[in-house]
Design a protein around this ligand. Structure first.
Ligand SMILES: Cc1cc2nc3c(=O)[nH]c(=O)nc-3n(C[C@H](O)[C@H](O)[C@H](O)COP(=O)(O)OP(=O)(O)OC[C@H]3O[C@@H](n4cnc5c(N)ncnc54)[C@H](O)[C@@H]3O)c2cc1C
Length: 347
């Protein structure tokens, strides 16, 4: 087994973290570059002094045995728990209860959605606040150019890009032509997330609402997730705008976007009979915060799982190559790691 290979992984979302964990276990020396202050990417939580809110992925399901094994490990470590929300669907006319087939156990990070990622990162060498703006080869080694600090002092045998396709394409322009054209062909879509803090409980019948038409696609009572309870009756909600609407309004005035989303939420609440019966149900939020995810999901999803360019020694992984979602991201990173481990086993 090869134990001295140095690998740079760019992106400490779930794909990068699962890849790094498996490689490190197999004896590779891994350095993870992450542009944000913390790990977890789109499975994340906005934290303020007064409230916190999961503004990216809302929950995850585990249909694949490998991912299920990992999730059970997270549950055993108490960094994830089952979430059993009251779910409804807005079909364009009315609110109807969501019929579940019972196969979808929904998990959330506990007490925040970023907790599993933080737990994975505990034993890894993560370099935070480091935006990689270039990679280039020198003497058959990879050098990594970081915006905040210049060229990183260590060199690497392999580079793995665990970032959304358009961001990966930027870094691949002058390296692997195959991987560049693959990433360049992928269209990722934006999503606005509006986080709302209310002083009073909203008396509607749902904790999560799938919205099939209009401005919004998803509405959730964040405070209904395990460990998110705030003081007294205060509640935090999150609204996700529909992909098409987000794309159309991607550069629109942020206050206008927030008001449109809030107004769409109020229209939905008015359809709930419990809200209709309550005098002050349509309260204005005490605070709100809008986040724009530029690369939320993939329009033309591909299922290649991962790619590795052997001649250049560059790998790419991420949810966008494996059906989207947290499970896809985790498995994409894991399978790329397994491929590298078997390729190097004989070196
Ligand atoms: C609004 C929204 C709702 C969602 N809902 C769900 C859901 O309910 N269930 C579900 O399973 N999935 C959901 N998803 C999808 C899920 O969040 C993703 O599939 C998963 O988190 C992707 O993980 P990843 O590691 O592939 O990428 P990311 O999480 O995007 O990780 C990439 C990381 O790379 C970093 N990075 C990017 N460029 C650079 C650079 N140049 N240098 C250094 N670091 C860089 C980023 O900061 C980020 O941390 C949702 C996503 C969004 C945005």
């Amino acid at each position: 087994m090869c134990t001295d290979k140095r690998v740079a992984i760019i992106g400490a979302g779930i794909a990068g973290l699962s890849c790094a964990t498996a490689l490190q276990k197999a004896g590779f020396a891994v350095t993870l570059f992450e542009k944000s202050r913390g790990v977890s990417g789109r499975l994340s939580t906005r934290v303020t002094d007064a409230w916190q809110c999961d503004h990216g992925a809302q929950y995850f399901t585990a249909r694949d045995p490998l991912f299920d094994a990992e999730v059970q490990c997270w549950v055993a470590q108490d960094v994830a728990r089952v979430w059993q929300p009251r779910l409804m669907v807005f079909d364009g006319k009315s609110l109807i209860p969501k019929v579940d087939d019972g196969k979808n156990t929904r998990y959330v990070g506990y007490p925040s959605n970023y907790t599993p990622a933080k737990w994975l990162a505990k034993t890894l060498n993560v370099v935070p606040e480091s935006t990689v703006i270039g990679i280039h080869q020198q003497d058959a080694q990879w050098l990594v150019n970081v915006m905040e600090q210049g060229v990183y002092p260590e060199s690497f045998d392999e580079v793995i890009l665990a970032i959304p396709a358009p961001q990966a394409a930027q870094l691949l322009k002058h390296t692997s032509a195959t991987l560049f054209s693959l990433c360049n062909a992928v269209e990722m879509r934006p999503c606005f997330a509006l986080m709302l803090q209310f002083d009073q409980t909203i008396p509607c019948k749902f904790d999560g609402l799938f919205v099939q038409t209009g401005v919004l696609s998803w509405v959730a009572r964040n405070s209904a997730k395990p460990g998110r309870q705030t003081h007294s009756n205060a509640e935090v909600w999150v609204l996700h705008a529909a992909a098409e609407w987000s794309a159309t309004q991607v550069d629109a005035d942020r206050d206008w976007v927030a008001q449109e989303m809030l107004s769409a939420f109020h229209q939905l609440l008015k359809l709930d009979t419990s809200v209709q019966a309550s005098a002050n149900a349509l309260q204005a939020p005490q605070q709100f915060s809008l986040h724009r995810w530029l690369y939320a999901d993939t329009a033309n999803s591909i299922t290649d799982v991962y790619h590795y360019d052997d001649s250049e020694r560059i790998g790419i992984c991420g949810d966008w190559m494996n059906g989207g979602k947290v499970q896809g991201a985790y498995l994409s990173g894991l399978h790329l790691a397994h491929a590298l481990i078997s390729a190097k086993a004989s070196c």
